[in-house]
Write a protein that binds this ligand. Sequence first.
Ligand code: B12
Ligand code: SF4
Ligand code: SF4
Length: 257
Amino acid sequence: MKEEIRESVRGFVARIASELAPRSFWREPLVGFIDAADSRLSMLRRVVGESHLLPGDVLPSAGSVVVVFVPFVRQLGCENRQGRLAARSWAEAYVETNRMLAELGKHLQQQLAGRGHTLVVTPATHNFDPERLVSDWSHRHLAVLAGVGKLGHHNLLITEHGCLGRLCSYVTDLPLETDAGPNHEPCLHRAGRTCLRCVQRCVADALREESFDRRACYSQCLDNDGRWPDLGVTDVCGKCLAGLPCSLVDPVGRMKE
Ligand code: B12
Ligand code: SF4
Ligand code: SF4
């Protein structure tokens, strides 16, 4: 069943990508699973926040969580590297990917309904408390538990296809086993090597060696909101994802190959 869901996700993303051509946003998605009974899920309340939801809060009959990481194409990172403000293509990728991830949820919902199963779609973003700037459903932390990757110093998920991309997660009543993740730290700094390129790239001094100032980061994201009225909400920045050793690959995993 896992392979069927993976195939379905890959097929759906490829179909939407072909509809958007010649604009190109995505590489092949990665999919991981967490068993809803995985005891590590309770850690979310300790690590992320006491009000973080568990799969059973989203769907009482939860059997597992499906986590999808959609890596962006190299070009988007190259275009977003320049200047202090975000590139229009980065904002477009944000809007189109959020839309596509919501549609992907509906597609999986229909597919599973045909077999008598339920799936609940959670939003890709804007499900956070505007005061604390924290969400009660952290796709990044769920992705780590689902074995899709691990967090880097920049606080973002690094997968075998890098960190440049977006995530979503869906709760289903299908009972599926948890996937194993990498058994190493993909972030060079966390693996004890010299890097911190992400800190150098931050344009708002929000990301530092010792800390992350989410308000300074959000303020920088808001500087980009409203610049393209035709795109809607674009509170983005993403300079700390572009042009890094971990943007497109897992740099530590590569060294081990
Ligand atoms: C709220 C939010 C924000 C806020 C707050 C920032 C933040 N770091 O959470 C703002 C608006 C500022 C923001 C900015 C960005 N976001 Co945002 N954001 C979210 C959202 C909605 C919830 C995240 C959350 O609340 N997590 C729970 C909290 C408690 O976790 P945390 O903030 O990581 O807290 C940990 C750290 O503080 C860490 N920590 C402790 N000490 C230290 C020290 C240092 C040095 C560091 C770095 C961390 C750290 O410990 C905490 C517990 O683990 C998610 C979508 C979702 N629902 O998951 C997207 C999400 C995390 N964002 C994403 C992205 C891409 C961005 C931006 C690049 C903007 C853009 N799209 O251009 C920047 C990147 C900033 C950064 N380097 O983290 C992606 C991440 C993709 C990835 N590869 O991981 C997500 C998953 C959206 C998506 N659907 O893809 N975001
Ligand atoms: S740029 Fe370097 S230090 Fe920053 S997350 Fe990537 S590998 Fe880690
Ligand atoms: S998104 Fe922008 S402001 Fe926020 S940490 Fe990354 S580079 Fe800095």
